[in-house]
Design a protein around this ligand. Sequence first.
Ligand SMILES: [Ca+2]
Length: 248
Amino acid sequence: MEAKIKSLLIVTVAAAFFVIMPTGSSAKETVSGVITDKIDRPVAGVRVRLFDSDATSADDLMAPPAFTNDTGYYKFHYEGRHWDTAPHGITKWRPDIYIKVSAPVYGRCDNGEWNADANWEYLDQSRVFSDHKIAEDLVINLKLKDYPADITSETFVRGENMWSEVDFFFHYTAFGCAQNGDKVSWSGTGIGGPPTRQTRCWVSPNPKCSASDQERIRALGRAPYPTEPQRSQEPLQTGTEPHQTPNR
Ligand SMILES: [Ca+2]
């Protein structure tokens, strides 16, 4: 019993020491913040990359990527070195800091073609904090103005602002042109109706609809809609489709 109390005491003292122990020179060379969506909800699991903006060369990646936690929080620690060439004493070596945010995707529709290699979809980036003093912690909170994109059955009408194509049961692509000209693309939607879910393709509000996109949509309006392809006789592997049972 005495030993137990003793060990508890040691743990308590150690914990107290840890709390009051100075953490060295206070945190420096850090960038942290919270990523939120367009209605101010925290966005978890997105990739945040930290860059030094350079006018005359490619921007430097200042640290390995960070990922937001459940509260949308991310944090970087970067090297306290000269980020631009300039003599010491002249502050122009300070980093010009900004962040870029991307969401994970498992492939993506690129111009109507399925790109299975796409892992990340760019969402947004912050402004540049020029010549930032590295001894001062920097907080960059970013609100993703276009995330998540709206897809509702009212938004897209096939043949008016929506185009779709069927390659195979599990490989078809579709996109719609929103009223502001944004191109919203996806795959894995029910081909017999409006898009109801995104299973393989990121909803991308960034690209604009081109003139040829509009032409394809207008042509679709004059032609019969593509029909759903014959489904394989093999059992579905994804488990996301409602299973049709034969009449008993
Ligand atoms: Ca720079």
